[in-house]
Design a protein around this ligand. Structure first.
Ligand code: UDP
Ligand code: MG
Length: 309
């Protein structure tokens, strides 16, 4: 069995070597063969130099260097495209996620053929209260609004079989949200808890603004509800305004254009315009989904009848 590690790196000059050494030590005698694919995502420090040094002395290291910072999602995709292993692990370069957990993931895939993916979730998050609450809210919202199901403490740290990596690569969308993609392609996922260690060196590159943009990408990639919302608002406001007008009519107060009546008429007209916007949203949402050119289904196994073999 060959294991491919995909390691996105952004300003990790002091981490890439310790990370690789830790993997080598942990995997020695336990994994037949492994390769580490480092993706230098336009780092501004000496990560590129450190990776070239590593490449020149280690035979199982590959390095992909981006022309600029394209983000972790792009780095994971580039790594997946080059990975040749039977099992593929996505892991951070900062040693917050340990190679020992990778061994656990590999063991699960080895012993449980019914699972195609092992995903790690953080049992206790180390982030501050505010970030934890925001992340919790994000997972609640996306699980309610979309047809995918995300683990509330999901991370990108996971090991998958080749078939899952191929399925993920068959989704060619530009705005990628891997947690959603892994959920969308299906397959059986085994969840294991892990405790993130302190960063070996450097600091997290995820600012609150970056996380917010990432969350918006996540929601809009997997839910067309925002495009349909005007339709629901329109229906509600039309019903509400008609009821209001009828009440006024039957109580005999619909005699002149009082401010109350005017408000109900405005609500009615606003509702009509919302409906038109919502109908446009309906068409747009269909076009949006079509434009992603996602596969219509993903086959996990095929047992053909003799004639078809
Ligand atoms: N990373 C990347 N591109 C970016 C930001 C981060 O490749 O634009 C990498 C980073 O080097 C690390 C992983 O993604 O290996 C996770 O990033 P980080 O440790 O900053 O995130 P956190 O652990 O705080 O969620
Ligand atoms: Mg980190």
């Amino acid at each position: 069995m060959k294991l491919s590690l995909i390691v996105p790196c952004y300003n990790e000059e002091n981490n890439v070597r310790p990370f690789f050494d830790a993997c080598k030590a942990a995997f020695s005698g336990k994994i037949d063969s492994f390769e580490a694919i480092f993706v230098n995502d336009g780092s501004k420090d000496c990560t590129g130099v450190r990776l070239s040094e590593l490449f020149s002395v280690e035979e199982n290291v590959s390095v992909i260097g981006f022309s600029r910072n394209f983000g972790k999602e792009a780095a994971m995709l580039a790594g997946l495209e080059k990975a040749a292993g039977d099992y593929i692990t996505i892991i951070d370069a900062d040693l917050q996620q340990s190679p020992e957990t990778v061994l656990k993931m590999v063991e699960i895939l080895d012993t449980k053929p019914e699972y195609q993916c092992v995903a790690a979730y953080q049992e206790k998050r180390r982030e501050g209260f505010f970030k934890t609450v925001c992340k919790g809210m994000f997972y609640k919202i996306i699980n309610k609004m979309s047809d995918i199901e995300l683990h509330p403490a999901a991370s990108d740290f996971r090991t998958v079989r080749r078939c899952v990596a191929d399925a993920v690569l068959s989704l060619g969308e530009y705005h990628r949200f891997s947690k959603g993609i892994f959920s969308w392609v299906g397959f059986e996922t085994y969840y294991i808890p892990y405790v993130a260690s302190e960063r070996n060196s450097g600091k997290s590159s995820w600012s609150f603004r970056k996380l917010l943009g990432y969350s918006v990408d996540g929601i809009t990639n997997y839910s067309v509800l925002p495009l349909r919302l005007p339709l629901y608002f329109g229906v509600l406001s039309i019903i509400g305004s008609i009821i209001g007008l009828l009440v006024k009519l039957f109580s005999g107060t619909l005699t002149s254009l009082t401010p109350g009546v005017l408000l109900l008429v405005i609500l009615l007209l606003w509702g009509v315009s919302c409906i038109f916007t919502g109908v446009m949203g309906l068409y747009l949402s269909k076009d949006y989904t079509e434009n992603k050119h996602r596969p219509k289904y993903i086959i996990k196994e095929y047992l053909p009848h003799d004639d078809e073999k």
